[in-house]
Ligand binder design. Sequence first.
Ligand SMILES: N[C@@H](CCC(=O)N[C@@H](CS)C(=O)NCC(=O)O)C(=O)O
Length: 217
Amino acid sequence: MDEVVLLDTWGSMFGMRAWIALEEKGVKYERKEEDLSKKSPLLLQMNPIHKKIPVLIHNGKPISESAIIVQYIDEVWNHNPPFMPSDPYERAQARFWVDYIDAKVYPTWNKMWLSEGEEHEAGKKELISIFKQLEETLGDKPFYGNEMFGFVDIALIPFYSWFYTFETYGNFEMEAECPKLVAWAKRCMQRETVSTILPNEKEVYNAVVEMKKNIET
Ligand SMILES: N[C@@H](CCC(=O)N[C@@H](CS)C(=O)NCC(=O)O)C(=O)O
């Protein structure tokens, strides 16, 4: 019997990836919520390098970094439908786009969120252009994994619960800028694994407002 523990935090787009992946594969697991202002000895022991969530602990052994965790889950519970395409070139492409999301989305949002004036405007434009690129990459496919809800879908969908926050801080509308991407997100939300895990967008926004107040004081 496998023992599976997920160290996670409410609202984390990275934690959500691992959580959705476990649900998609029907794995039995325990999810432990971490308070990141007071990290537990277990988190520090299991991720001594980055000290970040998510961490998946499988039979006592830790795996860190959300994209690596999702691929690990796909390889270990491989009797269920795969997240990765079978073709090596398509697999490389999926990894490329997840790497693009990781390199671009959160860092650009952070730049926009924490700045004002010209830097804020530049961050906002960049964030919109990143989502437009992701929309173009999706094309007319129902999911990034074509017919299947795959690795790129799992990596990107948690950001949907942050769209309202991005829009409010950036003063733009995702639906107007990227209608096909929003349609894709709504398609993903039809999956119970996604809709039950993604937090309410207004609650995410309120938490971000609180976080900003704490940074400023
Ligand atoms: N690249 C990491 C990012 C994980 C990450 O940034 N986790 C945040 C929560 S969203 C965290 O644990 N932050 C605590 C800290 O930075 O001390 C991944 O994909 O897992």
